[in-house]
Design a binder for this molecule. Structure first.
Ligand code: APR
Ligand code: PHB
Length: 390
């Protein structure tokens, strides 16, 4: 097969970049290792920055998002029984976020691509990338057969565990990483949310988050030690622990229901740079991972897609090598700022098993400063609604 851009992975990074390229008249083939049903059902994050919403609107893929997405004008930080509202109209006037599941974003984009009749090959795993310095070729396995995709550029949108980053010579990439000593146990249930806004709660027992997908579907998380197994968390234990970590008034409003989905995700901060080597561009989780505390993973993937598509369009239309060169630095500026915010929020809200007494005091001081200072809350609000996409 032959195309302009071979896109590996049909997550948000792959689907958004493919749609942006298609809109500019550039040919793309997406290869996705997993089956269609799996990709459409996978439960992930749920908070969209305004620039992500605008990108989806620009693509004409936002009609359901505009109908069903919940506009949120703030969220709540809880420190024990003390609650602090991050109120966007006051702190970052005119800005907000939209609560809409990544699962729904992926569904809308797959529908959008299939309606246009553009190639999206499920159950097709990229196993090698050849000739990156010239005209690349992506070698794929599909139902025991080899499929070869020849192209001019490769977009590696295949997530943290994908092939693209690892296909590069190790000396070409510098990685920076922190593994946190905990993960998040998430539960999705068809019960009304405990609170009308998201609640990020720090308690002596660890962090908890009340999120939602709609007025009838809630998404809850609790911090659990790294390596914890799902079997050790029967549903009753989860609900009891969640309530104990929330302010009493919010805990009293938690409605329990059978889990539609349960999973444990490790928390990690990770960046690989540069994000372009020759004719391969890395996007989304393939290049960087943020802990979910800032709700940034999906939004960073969308920002990369925007920058990568812009660079590829200039390169493919006009041979503009400088545009391709600029991709990595442009994307990484936003990536590092977003890494900083996600790391800061993670450190602010979680219980760390091995803090020195001094570090524990610093965490207390940071929390009381956020509660007391309009400027500190503005920093959080500005980052949470999303940095500019320029
Ligand atoms: N060949 C083809 N597809 C692959 C391969 C491969 N070798 N390896 C991985 N994939 C696919 C995965 O099956 C997955 O569908 O690449 C896709 C990567 O998608 P995501 O993991 O959703 O990554 P990304 O698009 O960067 O989106 C980042 O997703 O992980 C969340 O929290 C994260 O919200 C963030 C967002
Ligand atoms: C979610 O709803 O899944 C969610 C919301 C906010 C976060 C992380 C996850 O910070």
């Amino acid at each position: 097969m032959q195309t302009d851009v071979c896109i590996i992975g049909a997550g948000p990074a792959g689907l958004i970049s493919a749609a942006l390229l298609a809109q500019a008249g550039i040919e793309t083939i997406i290869v996705e290792h997993r089956a269609r049903d799996y990709v459409l059902q996978r439960v992930r994050a749920g908070v969209l920055e305004q620039s992500t919403v605008e990108t989806l609107r620009h693509l004409g893929a936002a009609s359901r998002l505009d109908r069903e997405g919940l506009v949120h004008e703030g969220f709540v930080l809880a420190f024990g029984e003390t609650t602090v509202r991050i109120a966007f109209p006051d702190l970052v006037p005119g800005r907000h976020v939209t609560v809409y599941g990544q699962t729904e974003v992926v569904r809308d984009l797959v529908a959008h691509r299939e309606a246009a009749g553009l190639p999206l090959l499920f159950e097709t795993e990229a196993v090698a990338i050849e000739n990156l310095d010239g005209s690349p070729r992506v070698v794929c396995r599909r139902a025991g057969e080899t499929v070869l995709v020849s192209c001019r550029l490769v977009f590696g949108c295949d997530g943290f565990h994908g092939l693209a980053r690892r296909a590069l010579p190790p000396e070409a990439i510098k990685t920076s990483e922190i593994a946190y000593p905990f993960g998040w146990l998430g539960v999705l249930a068809d019960v009304p949310p405990a609170h009308e806004e998201l609640v990020y709660a720090a308690s002596d027992r660890g962090f908890a988050l009340c999120s939602m997908r709609s007025s009838t579907r809630s998404r809850y998380y609790i911090q659990v030690p790294a390596g914890e197994r799902l079997e050790d968390w029967p549903e009753e234990r989860f609900w009891a622990e969640l309530r104990r970590r929330l302010p009493a008034e919010i805990a009293a409003r938690v409605r329990e229901g059978p889990a539609i989905e349960r999973s444990i995700a490790p928390l990690r901060s990770f960046v690989a740079e540069p994000m372009r080597i020759a004719h391969l561009l890395l996007l989304g989780d393939a290049a960087h991972v943020v802990p979910p505390t800032g709700a940034k993973g999906l939004n960073l993937a969308a920002a990369d897609a925007w920058y990568a598509a812009r660079a590829a369009i200039k390169f493919l239309r006009a041979g503009d090598e400088a545009a391709l060169d600029a991709y990595s630095a442009t994307a990484l500026t936003r990536v590092w700022r977003t890494e900083r915010f996600s790391w800061m929020m993670t450190k602010l809200m979680h219980t760390f098993p091995d803090l020195t007494p001094f570090e524990a005091k610093m965490q207390d001081a940071e929390r009381s400063y956020v509660a007391a200072s309009h400027a500190a809350r503005t920093v959080i609000a500005e980052n949470y609604v999303g940095l500019p996409l320029d």
